[in-house]
Design a protein around this ligand. Sequence first.
Ligand SMILES: [Mg+2]
Length: 221
Amino acid sequence: MTSLLLIDLDETLVDRDAVLQDWAWETARAEGRLELADWLIAYDRAEGRVRDRASFLAGVAATFGWQQPVEQLLAEWPAMFGARYQLDEMVAAALRRARQAGFRIAVVSNGDVGRQRAKIEAMRLSELVDGCVVSGEIGVRKPDPRIFEIAAERAGTNLDGQVWVIGDDPVADIGGGHGINARTIWVNRSHKHWPSGHLEPQAHFDDPVRAIEHVIDDASP
Ligand SMILES: [Mg+2]
């Protein structure tokens, strides 16, 4: 029976907030407005969630006096931001070990297709995993079980064997994992408390390498 690892992208495989902070500092420096770096980082979120990119880029353009229309900035955003994503060599090595241990691996990401595909390409994920699925290309988002089914298919298998879901989002990843009877591992990079009222993960770690190692050990007879 196949062992399948379904893994999230942002804030799980990659520290998205760190990439955003690098972009913010470089942008503020390039504009000669270093004092705005902290504002850029804070403006990335609204009420604790990543702000809609059209609204974010409109606000940034207004603040820096950029003349391009928001549509153009949105079209440029994957090259501005997603192309900066790099997979840490330790994480890549952990993924390779999981595959050597017999796992099929699929990346399951909620988001815009162009933005997420730019990240997947920059991270060279196609060399390390068996499939990737982005919600924006199929019209179904985590925690809907169908996105996990499609991810399994793209990895050349199904959800009938042993399945693990690794992710940072309590609802999309951990709730979604429970919804397909997978074992769930929470990646909690910023040491948050588990939000009450949500089904808990089987395990939690503050970095993806330990999460992947845990899955490999968990599957061993
Ligand atoms: Mg995530």
